[in-house]
Design a protein around this ligand. Structure first.
Ligand code: KG4
Ligand code: ZN
Length: 347
């Protein structure tokens, strides 16, 4: 019985079935050898939450319960596998919404028990870091990762697999949160990031020079002053073209993110930068990271958009790499809404 925290031997043919339910995406995927995606299914609940202008935790948990079986079945069928063909079962076990996480963790543990396979819980941000490793099979640490999602903005040095140092984080709002709040202000709806991205494409990013808080000040980020600057500008000029506002706001966020990412990589002497998390799907951020890292002589890996927003393939990849350095979680593992980033050295 694989119900305890045992070491599991993983190799190039090890098949990991992973589940992701930390927020409003119900996802399952199968990844072989930590790098090859055999299937990746994502059922988004965005439409259900749009009417409320944001994610409603209870609605998310109930939707996960309804969707999870179908999503897992689809992931197995897309990969041409039965549950018995899976070697390890993984789930994102935090951080995230408690009720939402519990659905994925419980489902993964039940599948592990039935199939008599080891279960491992994976940290959500560690999973976002591994999207780049699925995108580019030649990528190896060290690298500096920028994780930009709805709840977090983090600059992390990945010195080796499982060895992370948090170099910078937001002191107030997350980048995705700023996109969502400004989208609401412009009356665009939810989720705001993709809507700002689309609207900004027809706007002038130089129309307004919004503040870049703390741009020359360390590795941490602050977005709440920028959000307030957009609010004040809107109040003063209610008829200003929303596309120009969106483009100028996006330009300020991207400027902050890319400046700090490249600066810290140079300071650390690390020549590869990667991005991950929902905001990494942003067109302007992707273009600027590609362009500016080339100019700075740094290698960059930008995952496909479907790997940036929440998905289970990244959870499977992170699970495989984590099992190389530590034991499985075992069936006693729970869900932790404020889980800290696991690391082999103190960060
Ligand atoms: O990583 P993610 O899917 O879920 C969390 O872990 O939070 O990130 C969701 C965030 C939301 O704030 C959403 O508005 C933002 O990512 N986002 C974007 C884009 N696509 C998603 N932000 C800017 N541009 C986008 N294209
Ligand atoms: Zn995420």
């Amino acid at each position: 019985m694989h119900n305890s925290a045992e070491f599991v031997s993983v190799g190039p043919t090890t098949r990991v079935l992973a589940i992701e339910t930390s927020c409003d995406e119900t996802a399952a995927a199968i990844v072989v050898g930590g790098r090859t995606i055999r299937s990746s299914v994502v059922a988004t609940q965005a439409d259900m939450h749009a009417q409320f202008g944001g994610v409603v935790p209870e609605v998310a948990s109930r939707a996960h319960v309804e969707l999870i079986n179908g999503v897992v079945t689809q992931a197995l069928s897309d990969a041409g596998m039965a549950l018995a063909d899976v070697d390890v079962v993984a789930a994102c076990h935090g951080p995230g919404l408690a009720g939402a996480l519990l659905v994925g963790v419980s489902a993964a543990k039940a599948l592990a028990l039935v199939a008599d396979r080891p279960y491992i819980g994976v940290h959500h941000h560690e999973a976002h870091m591994y999207a780049a490793f699925l995108e580019d099979a030649t990528l190896e640490p060290p690298c500096v990762t920028l994780i930009v999602s709805g709840g977090h903005t983090l600059l992390i040095a990945m010195d080796d697999y499982g060895k992370y140092r948090v170099l910078g984080r937001t002191v107030d709002d997350a980048a995705g949160e700023a996109f969502d709040k400004v989208a609401r202000l412009l009356g665009l709806g939810y989720p705001g990031g993709p809507l700002i991205d689309r609207l900004a494409a027809s706007g002038d990013p130089k129309a307004v020079h919004f503040t870049r808080p703390m741009i020359n000040d360390g590795n941490d980020f602050s977005f709440s002053g920028l959000k307030t600057a957009v609010v004040l500008h809107r109040r003063k000029f209610p008829d200003f073209d929303p596309a120009d506002t969106a483009a100028s706001f996006q330009e300020a966020v991207v400027d902050l993110l890319v400046t700090k990412l490249l600066r810290v990589a140079k300071a650390e002497g690390i020549d590869t930068v990667v991005i991950g998390g929902g905001v990494a799907a942003n067109s302007s951020l992707r273009a600027r990271v590609a362009n500016d890292s080339a100019l700075a002589g740094l290698r960059c890996v930008i995952p496909d958009r479907t790997l940036c927003t929440d998905n289970a393939a990244m959870v499977a990849a992170a699970a495989w790499h984590r099992l190389r350095v530590e034991p499985a979680t075992g069936l006693g593992g729970g869900a932790t809404p404020n889980l800290a980033l696991p690391t082999l050295v103190s960060g």
